[in-house]
Write a protein that binds this ligand. Structure first.
Ligand SMILES: Nc1ncnc2c1ncn2[C@@H]1O[C@H](COP(=O)(O)OP(=O)(O)OP(=O)(O)O)[C@@H](O)[C@H]1O
Ligand SMILES: [Mg+2]
Length: 242
């Protein structure tokens, strides 16, 4: 089967002072796949995501999204990315609805289209009933779901989420992955990080395992199990001496 490249990571290196945080990563993410980044605290996942979403510049190497360089052509790639950061980024004193309208304005959406997109985003994350409540009254999982709704407003081809399910209850998790499934069905690409191996196994087409800034393994769960000759993914993580 021919797989179209959506993201190409080429010899990506990131240093903070003398410490190497990403150590020469090279791999691809295909169009329409759900791609998971797994690794212990400090492995470099958020740093990778920050470079992917143009917020941080690499020390050397680059990432290409649809052939555009994230470091040299950030404006070309930004419009096609929806980003859900590890830390919640919302206005707590505004309602969920008003947060969405605020961001829809930033994305230059107007009139009926703006209203439609806001409603659609609310429904994808199933927050219609709480839309008029202040965000400060939301649970952690609801805030995460609203953050995802914000990232979906401009219908990005690539959704990037940094630990979208951290501290989230089962119901919110299910809504998050239902939303991810919808995006996949529309041919969009989703990249996310998580510490939950079970959800990686259940939802990812392929997984990359990062440790100390290095790519330790990449592939589907079946491929990884075969390569490491183990019965489950958790065993691979243990062989990596995290
Ligand atoms: N702005 C910064 N300045 C200096 N060091 C940084 C900076 N940002 C991250 N680092 C370091 O880079 C390394 C990787 O951090 P990063 O946040 O990418 O890890 P992570 O895999 O996302 O971890 P976690 O699972 O805890 O979220 C860590 O050692 C961290 O201390
Ligand atoms: Mg992180």
């Amino acid at each position: 089967m021919y797989l179209e490249k959506k993201v190409e990571v080429r010899e990506l290196l990131k240093k903070y002072g003398k410490s190497i945080v990403l150590d020469g990563l090279s791999f691809e993410i295909y169009k329409g796949e759900i791609f998971g980044l797994l690794g212990p605290n400090g492995a470099g996942k958020s740093t990778f995501i920050s470079i992917l979403t143009t917020l941080t510049k690499p020390t050397s190497g680059d990432i290409f999204i649809d052939t555009f360089s994230v470091s040299k052509q950030p404006d070309k790639v930004k419009t096609g990315i929806g980003f859900v950061p590890q830390d919640i980024a919302l206005y707590p004193m505004l309602s969920g609805l008003d947060n969405l309208y605020f961001w829809a304005g930033i994305y230059n959406l107007k009139g009926q289209e703006k209203r439609n997109r806001v409603e659609e985003a609310l429904s994808v994350v199933k927050l219609e009933e709480r839309a008029k409540d202040r965000v400060s009254e939301y649970s952690g999982g609801m805030k995460r779901r609203l953050n995802i709704a914000v990232a979906l407003l401009h219908k990005p081809d690539l959704l990037v989420m940094d630990e979208p399910t951290a501290g989230v209850d089962i119901q919110s998790r299910r809504y998050i992955f239902e939303a991810v499934g919808k995006l996949k069905a529309e041919g969009r690409t989703v990249v996310f990080t998580s510490h939950y191996v079970d959800e990686m196994k259940a939802f990812c087409d392929r997984i990359a395992i990062l440790d100390k800034g290095r790519l330790k393994a990449i592939g589907s769960v079946e491929e990884l199990k075969k390569e490491y000759n183990v019965d489950n993914l958790e065993d691979i993580l243990l062989t990596l001496h995290f």
